[in-house]
Design a protein around this ligand. Structure first.
Ligand code: ATP
Length: 537
């Protein structure tokens, strides 16, 4: 499948629109249309139900209570600025970027690559954002153009060394920027904080500055004590939150994959330090299984353990669940979710102040006067185990997923084409979205074969029975073959058709989206049958 086909379908059928499209759109922001909102809600609800309200997983590490407890939270998007100072986001959550004075474009420093080349007495670095053979072709074309040469002079170009990242180039005076025609137009790399800043109150100055949260996790840590005190949950237990997060990404791209406003689904799972490694393994496997069960079963999905040098300074284990999105180069994967063993870093940071690593220990970072650089809350966020009489700061396992990236992966995986005969028996290409029934925006569509002979009345009756239980669609317009095709294209798993035989023996046809199999059942059993197939009960 080409990504363009999916993007076009998403727009045509109302899954996704560019935000503020009538004003030319806003880069990095997306609106979910009437079908997209249902799909994403189904992704979020599946996550909340499977992880929080209905979880009954018994396959837990040795000795753990089954099932363990899970609680939910819904915290504010704007939080006390100190939260981000202690969490490290204020100091660390930034990227480096370079601007081009000529093209007025901005690039992430680590996403620009290029090669040194020598020709006609000049040596310069040709920069590009394109990797692989296409990048080489583009660089050759631009190098020749810069020198005023033609394609036939290509052998005059003496390329020096392999493709390297711009971060390895110290002096930009001989760099030809990715969209520039002259040398030396790129500025020095500058830090750029990814948090959106805002001002609280009408008269606010810099002291009233606050940030839109770049992740939902911190709301959980700062409420850890509130949840314990109000619910009496016992360790091990988890707190889940889903909601909007904001990151001022420098290069938003690839449809919704890298947006500036997006939704996260995060769990912080608190356990005894000795049990951290076992729970880390548990969550890593459980979260991977969740995607597989909902349809990402092919080899485009993978679980990748981070190498030791990729781990953050507080993490003893991190794994990513990744998907090979169609817009990525062959062999490349994009992150859907990260699962990290974070130790006691977060709770201790909010107690003591921002932590840094010193040797093997995490210590409070000090300023030039020997005072904590960013003060913690001073609250005691430790846990007292009444049975063992032990007090400790719990360790945390964090499965952190993105609702939009998961939705996009489910859309990509669902996109299928096959060949079927049309109404006149001629083979045509059918496009269908093979969503898991739990995720499909509509669970079933109900059609009368024709708009007469009492068929619409029977069909509406079935529709009315199903509607309070499931999101179903009623359609009596146009030829039935076209109605099937429309439902296939939006991923409706079942179509129920009332026809002439229904009026004689009271049975209706059910058609399966994927196999195109059709079978008859009594109309009175129809609602229960669809519910059982969609919800599993
Ligand atoms: P990336 O390296 O792709 O920027 P990350 O490692 O910064 O991602 P985390 O901070 O671990 O991401 O966030 C957890 C999850 O939130 C990610 O796995 C992803 O699903 C989602 N997410 C993060 N940034 C974005 C974004 N800009 N747009 C959409 N989803 C995002």
């Amino acid at each position: 499948m080409e990504m363009d086909q999916l993007v076009a379908l998403c727009k045509r059928r109302g899954f996704l629109f560019q935000s503020s499209e009538i004003y030319g759109g806003l880069n990095g922001f997306w609106d979910y249309g009437p079908l997209g909102v249902e799909l994403k809600r189904n992704v979020r609800e599946a996550w909340w139900r499977d992880m929080v309200t209905a979880h009954d997983d018994m396959d837990t590490p040795d000795g753990a209570p089954c099932p363990y407890e899970m609680a939910g939270l819904d915290c504010t998007i704007i939080m006390h600025p100190q939260v981000w100072k202690c969490s490290g986001h204020y100091d660390l959550f930034h990227d480096y970027m370079v601007d081009c004075r000529e093209s007025k474009r901005r690039y992430r420093h680590d996403q620009v690559h290029g090669r040194w080349v020598e020709a006609r007495g000049q040596r310069f670095f040709v920069a590009t954002q394109t990797l692989g053979p296409e990048g080489q072709d583009e660089m050759q074309h631009r190098a020749l153009k810069f020198l005023g040469l033609r394609a036939k002079n290509a052998e005059e170009l003496a390329w020096d060394g392999p493709m390297v990242c711009l971060t390895q180039v110290d002096d930009f005076s001989n760099v030809l920027g990715p969209d520039a025609k002259t040398l030396g137009t790129l500025t020095e790399p500058r830090e750029f904080n990814l948090m959106f800043k805002t001002i609280i109150g009408a008269l606010g100055g810099e002291e009233s500055a606050a940030f839109l949260r770049p992740e939902t996790a911190q709301g959980i840590f700062v409420n850890f004590k509130n949840v314990i005190d109000s619910t009496r949950v016992k360790i091990p237990f988890g707190i889940a939150q889903m909601g909007k997060s904001f990151r001022n990404e420098i290069t938003p791209r690839n449809f919704t994959f890298r947006s500036r406003e997006f939704e996260q689904m995060e769990i912080e799972f608190f356990c005894h330090p000795d049990q951290g490694p076992a729970w880390y393994k548990y969550w890593r496997d459980r979260r991977y299984r969740w995607y597989v069960e909902l349809g990402l079963a092919g080899d485009r999905l993978r679980l990748r353990d981070h190498d030791a040098d990729e781990l953050s300074h507080y993490s003893t284990g991190t794994a990513d669940i990744e998907y090979a999105f169609p817009f990525m180069a062959d062999g490349e994967f994009g992150e859907l979710e990260g699962i990290a063993h974070r130790g006691d870093f977060d709770l201790r940071s909010h107690m003591e102040g921002k932590l840094v690593r010193e040797g093997d220990a995490l210590v409070v970072e000090k300023d030039e006067h020997g005072q904590p650089r960013h003060r913690g809350s001073g609250r005691d966020l430790s846990y007292f185990d009444a049975e063992t009489k032990e007090r400790f700061v719990p360790h945390v396992i964090e499965p952190s997923a993105g609702a939009d990236r998961a939705t996009l992966a489910f859309l990509c995986e669902a996109y299928c084409e096959d060949e079927v005969p049309d109404d006149k028996g001629k083979p045509t290409t059918r496009t269908f979205l093979k969503f898991h029934p739990r995720l499909a925006p509509y669970k079933a569509a109900v059609f009368p074969l024709v708009r007469k002979d009492g068929m619409p009345e029977v069909a509406r009756e079935i529709y009315k029975q199903l509607k309070p239980r499931l999101n179903v669609f009623y359609d009596e317009k146009s030829a039935v073959g076209r109605r099937y095709r429309r439902q296939d294209e939006i991923g409706t798993p079942y179509c129920i058709t009332v026809d002439g035989q229904t009026l004689q023996d009271g049975t209706v046809t059910i058609r399966d989206r994927d196999t195109l199999e059709q079978w008859r059942i009594p109309k009175a059993d129809c609602a229960a049958e669809i519910q059982r197939r969609v919800l599993g009960y």
